[in-house]
Design a protein around this ligand. Structure first.
Ligand SMILES: Nc1ncnc2c1ncn2[C@@H]1O[C@H](COP(=O)(O)OP(=O)(O)OP(=O)(O)O)[C@@H](O)[C@H]1O
Length: 287
């Protein structure tokens, strides 16, 4: 059984000489809701534990999310016009090593919010997320620069993933090949079609072996053929002892790639089980 540790420990272990199994987040609410008890399978290695997770957004009624300036205004006189969106409502589950978990649900059901909270990008209102290592969202988009060539962007993306120059030089041919951009790799990325950029981003991000990887559908774009190859790559990452979450509206992708599915509707966990059972139940409900 692995020791579950907090993000703080992962970020700077030297600051945490003594191991204290703190949750990634633990924000007690004034009136805690009844906690669902989590059943752990003792025979397998848990890598992510989501315990009674609630996520809320504060939004202006204009639809804008409340940023730093908005939060300041919240402290001032009128708070009218601010609405709360309760995007994830008491979700609990345990993900184990080597699982490939599909995350499905209607538009706006809370899938991306749940994934962002697992990676630590979004703070929960209540509940906890525990992880054995830092979960990574597949994507290096933010690190890339459109005016630079695909090749230079491989270097940038690789550095963003933590590789050194020599390692990137050894990988660049494989990445270029996987992205099918051999003839275009010296051209600026802004001249690429959206499919070509998506392929390059996927190829760079997937070059790293992630222990816990989250793939949001929006990133797994490209044409049908590339989609098949990216699915195969996802399976390969999984086989190398990784755990993968795949958010998708394509039930075929989910059935081809995942051995377990979590179905969320309006922020509530509807079903968690083997892919076919959950996808069938979801399809039946959607009819
Ligand atoms: N940054 C944000 N600020 C305010 N509300 C948000 C924010 N992000 C998401 N929401 C709201 O939270 C709810 C869940 O959204 P989320 O994006 O997690 O759903 P989703 O299941 O991923 O949707 P889709 O399938 O359409 O991508 C929605 O009501 C959405 O409007």
């Amino acid at each position: 059984m692995v020791e579950l540790t907090s993000f703080d420990d992962l970020i700077n272990p030297r600051l945490h000489g003594k191991f204290e199994p703190e949750p990634v987040y633990d924000v007690p609410s004034e009136a805690p809701s009844e906690k669902a008890s989590i059943a752990l399978d003792e025979t397998r290695t848990p890598v992510v534990i989501v315990d009674n997770l609630h996520v809320k957004y504060q939004v202006y009624s204009s639809g804008k999310s409340v940023g730093a300036a908005g939060a300041k205004r919240l402290l001032q006189s009128s708070t009218r016009g601010i609405r709360e969106v309760h995007a994830v409502k008491g979700v609990s589950f345990v993900a184990y090593e080597n699982e490939s978990i599909g995350v499905i649900g209607s538009n706006g059901s809370g899938k991306s919010t749940l994934m962002r909270t697992i990676t630590g990008l979004t703070t929960p209102a209540e509940g906890s997320v525990y992880a054995s290592s830092r979960p990574n969202m597949l994507g290096v988009g933010a690190a890339l620069i459109p005016d630079l060539s695909g090749d230079k962007n491989i270097m940038l993306g690789g550095l963003a993933l933590g590789y050194n120059r020599q390692e990137i030089n050894e990988m660049r041919e494989d990445i270029t090949k996987f992205a099918e951009l051999e003839e275009f790799i010296d051209l600026p990325m802004r001249t690429y079609s959206s499919g070509m950029s998506a392929r390059l981003k996927f190829a760079i991000a997937a070059s790293k072996q992630h222990d816990i990887l989250i793939v949001d559908e929006a990133l797994a774009v490209g044409d049908a053929r590339f989609r098949k190859r990216s699915e195969a790559k996802i399976r390969e990452i999984r086989e190398n002892a990784g755990t993968i979450f795949l958010v998708s509206h394509s039930m075929n992708s989910i059935l081809d790639t995942c051995n377990r599915v979590i179905w969320i509707e309006k922020g509530v966990l509807m079903m968690d089980g083997d892919s076919k059972t959950v996808v069938d139940a979801y399809k039946a409900k959607k009819k």
